[in-house]
Write a protein that binds this ligand. Structure first.
Ligand code: V47
Length: 373
């Protein structure tokens, strides 16, 4: 694990970030201490500008989205994470399960369009057999050969291994054999043991989350990485999280995008907490763009940050809106007021408002359609 320096004492805090901006311009890597200063600075304009410069060097004014649906196959979960409003115990009101036919019919909304994506995530179900997950991926692959299957977080991969008595490698190999293309970045929360003990003690540890992704990357399965922010975590723990991801990315190069997830407190055991403000959302986007110098893409996940804030994020370091995100449930159980899916026209209009060229991408970030008129 990467040692993260503790922050400077408050009395010698340095507010300006010109030296950090110069380092970024020279292509130098930022330290934990510098990352922490990016969270503290009052010069938000300089922070956003520096992050936007990096974004423009990598992607110009292109802004990406994918045509996608979410299939949250069940919310029944053996874990009890403090931040989660989605998970229910079996037989609890609101608990649900989807059979294969329902998952297939939801994926059908993509019309088997080349470049489209199904994002499959669910609770850790105590009784679904291992075959359910294999059949789900195989069934989608057989019926919709053009659809990219991005399925199962590292936490679910570990659950499948426990339930089947197989190794992580066996599970990943068998899922890949029936059609799994890539893995989503969920379940990372904050990669710090203090936070995980308080927030999600039942979950795999930070090291295990990283180990599953390392293994997946070595097996040719690319993935994303998330960071759930705006609950009990400290700025230095956000930075530790990013540095641990950056270290793994140095090793494998397997991450495609980083996605800061804005914690939604409604209906959770942390409902007393206020939701992070839009300016905090933009700060996280900008800091991650500057710290994660080996990640190609930073997503502004509009379902959680809001459509207008996602638009503004395109000028603060983000280059990707995620997608149409039809049928998302996890954030909506926690009170999200954003639509349950948007049209491609709406996404493109927002990107143009941000001064960007909308680009429909596939899940590997290859361009499918550029709307440059
Ligand atoms: O793992 C749970 C988080 C994640 C809440 O890889 C919450 O492309 C906010 O991982 N408020 C699932 N967040 C979502 C996810 C994701 C989303 C979009 C794109 C990708 C990708 C991945 O949502 C969970 C958890 O970290 N979450 N509860 C909540 N109350």
């Amino acid at each position: 694990m990467t040692p993260v320096q503790s922050p400077e004492p408050v009395n010698c805090r340095q507010d300006g970030i010109n030296d950090i901006v110069d380092k970024v311009r020279d292509g130098q890597r930022l330290s934990a201490q510098e990352g922490w200063r990016l969270y503290q600075t009052s010069d938000v304009e300089a922070l956003h500008r520096a992050a936007n410069d990096v974004r423009e060097r990598r992607h110009g004014r292109r802004a990406y989205y994918v045509f996608n649906v979410h299939v949250n196959y069940s919310n029944v979960c053996v874990d009890s994470c403090m931040f989660c409003a989605f998970a229910k115990k079996e037989h609890e009101p609101g608990a649900y399960e989807m059979d294969l036919e329902e998952a297939l019919s939801r994926t059908g909304a993509l019309q088997n369009l080349p470049g489209s994506e199904v994002h499959i995530v669910g609770g850790l179900h105590p009784h679904f057999p291992y075959a359910y997950y294999i059949d789900l991926v195989r069934g989608i692959r057989e019926r919709f050969p053009n659809v990219h299957i991005k399925a199962f977080t590292a936490v679910e991969i570990d659950h499948l291994a426990r339930l089947s008595g197989k190794t992580w490698a066996d599970v990943l190999r068998e899922l890949k054999a029936v059609g799994l293309d890539s893995m989503p970045g969920g379940g990372a929360e904050i990669l710090n043991d203090r936070v995980r003990r308080k927030l999600c003690a039942d979950k795999i540890t930070a090291d295990q989350w990283l180990d599953v992704h390392r293994l997946a990357h070595r097996m040719g399965i690319r993935s994303n990485a998330t960071m759930l922010f705006g609950h009990i975590e400290r700025d230095e723990e956000r930075i530790e999280h990013m540095i641990r991801l950056r270290d793994l990315q140095d090793e494998t190069g397997g991450f495609m995008a980083f996605i800061p997830l804005r914690f939604h407190p409604a209906n959770t055991r942390l409902a007393r907490l206020p939701m992070a403000s839009s300016s905090d959302v933009l700060r996280n986007i900008a800091v991650s763009r500057l710290m994660l110098d080996n990640f190609d893409h930073i997503k502004a996940y509009w379902t959680q940050v809001g459509l207008e804030t996602a638009r503004d994020a395109m000028n603060c370091g983000a280059d990707d809106f995620d997608g149409t995100v039809v049928d998302e449930r996890i954030t909506h159980f926690a009170g999200a007021r954003t639509p349950v899916g948007v049209t491609q026209d709406r996404l493109c209009a927002l990107m143009r408002e941000a001064g960007c060229i909308p680009v429909r991408r596939d899940s590997w970030y290859d361009e499918v359609e550029v709307f440059d008129r």
